[in-house]
Every structure is written in structure tokens, then in C-alpha cells.
Design a protein around this ligand. Structure first.
Ligand code: XMP
Length: 338
């Protein structure tokens, strides 16, 4: 057994660099979902049934990002959502999740018939024969960019690219509701995961973009994920509990946020109550997600300014981490002693 160290968001800080950025407006946050498809805000709403349906997707599009419609519904319901989003504004880019078995192919076909822009294979362990087989069928029969994951290693990244994936969804067990690492012991802290995969792609001159998924709690974490080599980030908890997230406001003033592999989600969708690898929680209702997205993008623009970067390629080139001690982590948080 080889042992290596691995780091996550709180273990690192970014090194401030000489900057000539006079205002946050000078920063261009445009990034890539696939090698030739751009978005102007690198945020993707997570395909979870308490995060992204029509309203969330529309709001993300309005801000320049994209929402990924979850797959815990009939094919008809999912395609209806995509059609609605397209109808409201024909320029809206759309993304939806499918599985890697069962009705996945029929679902992908129907989604492509209503003009979907990206299909995401939503699987907990993406470095798997099921995903390889699904990619082989999809790539040979449907001409839509495919995002595959989730993965945590360089080898998985290179294999998925080999199997035809147009974008990699990276991060295993790091989500705020994940219990995978407790349940199974598997997973790699997110900064190292992103760095390992990104470096492997670079070394092999592969330009396939990376989505950093799970564990992002602030614009600072987004800045760190992109600095580690991600092109976009996927957000769950930050967008949950809002007006645009699916679900009712409870009497207590909260909204439910539940893991896709939680008992609550499995029960709600009539799945077998086995292999529970997620939890369910309640989030204090936050109002519209619009302000949250604006605050996150403002924070990210500031981060680019600290890096002296006007755009994502300069940011990737200039970003540098230091690893911090526990004292450094404490210092990074408000810590005034009165
Ligand atoms: P955040 O931290 O943004 O994470 O709330 C969202 C991501 O968490 C993943 N996810 C899960 N992982 N069990 C898991 O191990 C689950 O039940 C579960 N549900 C969501 C997913 O990658 C999502 O984008």
C-alpha cells in the first residue's frame, strides 16, 4: 500500500500576486464546460432533487452559469423542464443528469430530441465499467457533449477521457451531505483530487475541462478549486434552501436539502433503501438565490484580482498555494479575542 498526503480546501491558502486589476469589472470569469463550449460564470447547480429543477436552472442561466436538472423523475418530466427552459429563452444552455444503466439511453435520446446541450452521467463511482459502457453507447449514437464522473484519481481522469467523456466531474465523498467516506472509507480530499487530475491532463496535453464538485462553502473555496485546476464548480448546499430550489418551505422556516443517496431521497423516489451514502438536513430558508450567486461571483472576481489575473487562463497560470497548519486555518477565520 502506498501512502500519500492529500489536502482539502481548509488545508491551503492562495498566495497574493502582483496585480494591475483596477476593478472587479475588469475580470472576465468566462470558462469552459467542454473544450469548445463556454459559460460566462463558472457555476453549475448540482443535479440533486432539492437543488436544481426549472427555476434554479433559469436563474443560473440568467447569471451566466448553468443548472443541471436532476434525474429523479420520469423522462417526460425531465424533458418537459428542458423544453420549458429552452422556450423561455432560446439562448439558455441546458444540462441534465442521467444514470449509467436502466433507462439511461432512452432518457439521453429523449433529452437530445428536446435540444439538450450537455448530458451528465450522474454516478457516485465514475471509474467503473458501467460508465465506460454507457459512454460507448452514448458517444456512438448521440451527438451531445457528455460529462462523466464522479472521479477522484488521475488514472480515472485519463480513462474517462479515453472512453469519450467531454468533461470530468471530480470529487468523491467531499459533498456536505456525503457519508461515503464514513460508510466506505473511500475518497480523496478535494484540492489534491483536482490537482492530481488536472496535472495528469496537462501532462498528456488533454484540454478536457474539470468540474470541481462537492464541499464548496464559500467564494474562497471556489477560488481554491479553480486554482487547483478546475474550470468550473458544482454547487449543492450553497444553492439549496432558496426560493429557486425545489421543495416547500417548512413551518419552521427551513427547506430540506438531501443527499442523492440519502434514505430520504431513496424513499421519496421508491428506490431500495440500501447503500445509503448520504444524509438529509434542513437549511434555513435563504430567499432568492440571485443574491447568493452575485456574492459568490463578486468574491471570485476579487480572488482573480488578488491573483493578478484577468481571466481563467491567467488565473490557472498564476495561482499558487501554500499548505497551512492548524494555526493557519484558525487565523483564516474571524478570530478576534475580546
Ligand atoms: P455540496 O458540498 O455542494 O455537495 O453540498 C454537492 C455534491 O455532493 C454530492 N452528493 C452526494 N455524495 N452521497 C454522496 O456521497 C449523497 O447522497 C450525495 N448527494 C450529493 C454530489 O456530487 C453533489 O454535486
Amino acid at each position: 500500500v502506498k501512502n500519500k498526503s492529500a489536502y482539502t480546501y481548509d488545508d491551503v491558502q492562495l498566495v497574493p500576486k502582483y496585480s494591475e486589476i483596477a476593478s472587479r469589472k475588469e475580470v472576465d470569469l468566462t470558462s469552459y464546460i467542454t473544450e469548445d463550449k463556454k459559460i460566462s460564470l463558472p457555476f453549475i447547480a448540482s443535479p440533486m432533487d432539492t437543488v436544481c429543477e426549472t427555476m434554479m436552472s433559469l436563474m443560473l442561466s440568467e447569471k451566466g452559469g448553468i443548472g443541471c436538472i436532476h434525474r429523479f423523475m420520469s423522462i417526460e418530466a425531465q424533458t418537459d423542464m428542458i423544453s420549458t427552459i429552452k422556450k423561455i429563452n432560446k439562448n439558455n444552455m441546458t444540462m441534465a443528469a442521467i444514470g449509467a444503466n436502466g433507462d439511461f439511453f432512452e432518457r439521453a435520446l429523449e433529452l437530445s430530441n428536446v435540444g439538450i446541450d450537455f448530458i451528465l452521467i450522474d454516478v457516485a463511482h465514475g471509474h467503473h465499467k458501467n460508465v465506460k459502457d454507457a459512454l460507448s453507447v452514448l458517444k456512438s449514437r448521440i451527438n451531445i457533449p457528455i460529462i462523466a464522473g464522479n472521479i477522484a484519481t488521475a488514472k480515472a481522469g485519463l480513462d474517462l477521457v479515453d472512453w469519450g467523456s467531454d468533461c470530468l466531474r471530480v470529487g468523491i465523498g467531499g459533498g456536505s451531505l456525503c457519508s461515503t467516506r464514513i460508510q466506505t472509507g473511500f475518497g480523496i480530499p478535494n484540492i489534491s483530487t483536482i490537482q492530481n487530475i488536472s496535472e495528469a491532463l496537462d501532462l498528456n496535453n488533454i484540454g478536457i475541462p474539470i468540474i470541481a464538485d462537492g464541499g464548496i462553502r464559500s467564494s474562497g473555496d471556489i477560488a481554491k478549486a479553480l486554482a487547483a485546476g478546475a474550470d468550473t464548480v458544482m454547487l449543492g448546499s450553497l444553492l439549496a434552501g432558496t426560493y429557486e430550489s425545489p421543495g416547500d418551505i417548512l413551518k419552521s422556516g427551513h427547506k430540506v436539502y438531501r443527499g442523492s443517496a440519502s434514505l430520504a431521497t431513496k424513499t421519496a423516489h421508491g428506490q431500495k433503501e440500501r447503500n445509503i451514502e448520504g444524509v438529509s438536513t434542513k437549511i434555513k430558508y435563504k430567499g432568492t438565490v440571485s443574491k447568493i450567486i452575485d456574492d459568490l461571483s463578486d468574491g471570485l472576481r476579487s480572488a482573480f484580482s488578488y491573483a493578478g489575473a484577468r481571466n481563467i487562463s491567467q488565473y490557472h497560470a498564476k495561482a499558487e498555494f501554500v499548505y497551512v497548519t492548524n494555526a493557519g486555518t484558525q487565523e483564516a477565520k474571524p478570530h478576534l479575542i475580546e
